[in-house]
Design a protein around this ligand. Sequence first.
Ligand SMILES: Nc1ncnc2c1ncn2[C@@H]1O[C@H](COP(=O)(O)OP(=O)(O)OP(=O)(O)O)[C@@H](O)[C@H]1O
Length: 276
Amino acid sequence: MAELTKERSQVALEETKATHAVVRAPEKRGKPTVVVDNLHIVYRVYGAASVHEKGNAANALMRILRRQGRPQMKEVHAVKGVSFVAYHGDAIGIIGRNGSGKSTLLRAIAGLLPPTKGAVYTDGQPSLLGVNAALMKDLTGERNIVLGCYAMGMTPAQVREKYDEIVEFSGIDEFVNLPMSAYSSGMGARLRFAIASAKTHDVLLIDEALATGDREFKRKSQERIRQMREEAGTVFLVAHNLDVIEETCNRVIWMHKGKIKMDGDPDKVLSAYTKN
Ligand SMILES: Nc1ncnc2c1ncn2[C@@H]1O[C@H](COP(=O)(O)OP(=O)(O)OP(=O)(O)O)[C@@H](O)[C@H]1O
């Protein structure tokens, strides 16, 4: 299966090179890890209001009454023909305004959203680490560490080996014995990052997970991302905080209304984005 994916990604890479002459490839590249080929993602929202209706109370009531019949369906074209190749050792920041398609792109790379058109090929297993990653609120941090590590495919021996390091990295100290419902959002995010980064990932996708940490935690996580890039494969990072992107990434993709507006060197892309 892994071989098949590898083979397909190689084929896709060749095809992508042939059909998309402008795939950016800065010097000193590792091997390709992710190929996104003319990707389109369309969400279908059922029971949505028509775009022509105003959002007032009378229309809302009419919609509720009308819903007794067939629900209306609205399509949201969130990603519109995105193509790029990511390489081993890349840390790619994805920036863009709210609703530009950043999280959708990440979820599609993680294999959580099927492409409406086009394809995503990955060499290795992508892991998505998001602010909403599935940790169990009613369980203690300790339990979540163990479950999270198993979910990532670690063995009991590996979990025992990594446990202290995860608690120490997360900085949650004695809170590890309390249910996660007692954590602040920052503590939850730190624990999620600590768990996810305890394992070497082929392709790690991080969605705003660093947004809630404090300065010291951000520094530690940037260092950890750097290490992961060296040891593992490719890191994608969605963040609204441009400092985090600037300090962590070697490449930035700017999404605008579902399309790539710019892809390249962080200095150039960030300066064009902030002038925009
Ligand atoms: N589950 C969904 N169902 C329908 N539409 C969705 C869904 N998720 C996102 N969208 C729409 O897709 C578009 C892209 O959303 P997405 O969350 O990918 O943007 P984003 O750049 O990550 O935004 P933000 O910076 O606010 O997190 C938006 O128009 C959004 O309304």
